[in-house]
Design a binder for this molecule. Structure first.
Ligand code: FE2
Length: 373
């Protein structure tokens, strides 16, 4: 049982009645005491010390008081977040239109003139209490609903993430030279995409990006490898031209698979980005990439970004035919590809991700590699 309930065993709603006139306090108390737990407060200053232990459902506030007038009291209440929501009604002999306007504009929910009819005072208070209760219930309902929707959204996201990861892993299991590639590229993008967004160089496009969604989408970038034979996928040496042509089809096969899913569900960003990444992650800035030989900004931005993660990972990973490069060596190769393989402005961001974060940034990438590998 909380402090208020201990002091108010009948669980009546609590009203603080504030007036420097003792007769008014007594009359007010008589009117209200049957329905409400009433605190009669003769001085405005006492309100604040009492509020430390009592949370009223409403404050009935006189305006003209010697130590602090009612307008000052409400102003102070509104500046203290804990008390700002306590409903205040002015009950006052000041009947000027200007005073009433000021009282309401300071946040009072009503303005009642003295002398008042006891039954009307009670009725108005009761109406306000009812409205306040209904608002509270609506707010709680709304909060609960938001929490439930958020929880369900998280559940769907986690399920989707787990299924995608498993699907990506199944594809990766066949490809025994690139184990952990999907996880690692996702890790690099986790650093790189927010840096691109922060620098606002493609703000028009990136301002709507949901990084979490795009990271999920990136896991499907090589989904088309499902259609590539084991002989080609796991060939230890360099692919022949013919084999390479087949390997290239993992981009178009990938986007076709994603499009087939997209036809069965409502349009969503996740599939849109998955498709864009799958089809364009091997395009090159100078037009020498595949499958379409797109150049420059004709290559979707997300594909141009994915190219960094994909190539960087290939460079720093061990293959049967090559040793892994150091992060710094891989960075140098990517910087050399500025304007040929890679979008020049993105190379600058990539470089700044390393330089800006310095040792710490490189360590995060290394940790990602160690954790994920
Ligand atoms: Fe690929």
């Amino acid at each position: 049982m909380n402090l208020i309930n201990k002091m108010n065993p009948a669980n009546k709603k609590v009203i603080m009645l504030v007036d420097d006139n003792m007769v008014n306090l007594k009359i007010g108390r008589e009117i209200l005491k049957e329905k409400y737990k009433v605190y009669s407060i003769p001085s405005a200053k006492i309100i604040f010390s009492l509020l430390a232990s009592v949370r009223p459902d409403m404050i009935l506030l006189d305006i003209e008081m010697p130590d602090m007038d009612g307008f000052e009291v409400i102003k102070r209440l509104k500046t203290i977040p804990e008390y700002a929501d306590i409903p205040v009604i002015f009950v006052t002999a000041r009947s000027g239109e200007h005073d009433e306007h000021e009282g309401l504009s300071l946040g009072a929910i009503d303005y009642i003139y003295k002398p008042f009819s006891p039954s009307l005072l009670l009725q108005r208070i009761e109406n306000h209490m009812l409205m306040i209760d209904q608002n509270k219930q609506l707010k709680e309902l709304n909060n609960n609903l938001e929490e439930k929707i958020q929880a369900r959204t998280n559940q769907v996201y986690e399920l989707q993430d787990a299924m995608l990861y498993t699907l990506a892993e199944l594809i990766e299991f066949r490809d025994d030279v690139t184990g952990g590639h999907i996880c690692r590229t996702k890790g690099y993008l986790e650093l790189f995409i927010p840096a691109v967004m922060r620098e606002e160089i493609f703000a028009e496009e990136t301002k709507h990006w949901n990084v979490k969604n795009i990271l999920q989408s990136s896991q499907l970038h090589d989904i088309g490898k499902i259609a590539i034979s084991d002989t080609i996928l796991n060939k230890p040496g360099k692919l022949t031209q013919e084999e390479f042509e087949i390997m290239k089809t993992h981009t178009t096969v990938g986007v076709e698979a994603i499009n087939r899913i997209a036809q069965k569900v409502e349009a969503n960003d996740f599939l849109k980005y998955a498709g864009l990444i799958a089809i364009s992650h091997h395009e090159k800035w100078d037009g020498s990439g595949y499958p379409y030989g797109l150049a420059g900004e004709d290559i979707p931005l997300i594909g141009r970004i994915m190219a960094f993660a994909d190539v960087y990972d290939a460079l720093v990973s061990e293959r049967p035919y090559k040793k892994p490069m150091s992060a710094e060596e891989a960075r140098d190769i990517i910087v050399d590809g500025r304007g040929t393989h890679f979008d020049p402005r993105l190379v600058d961001v990539f470089d700044r991700v390393f330089d800006g974060l310095g040792r710490q940034g490189r360590e995060i990438v290394r940790q990602n590699i160690r954790m994920i590998a």
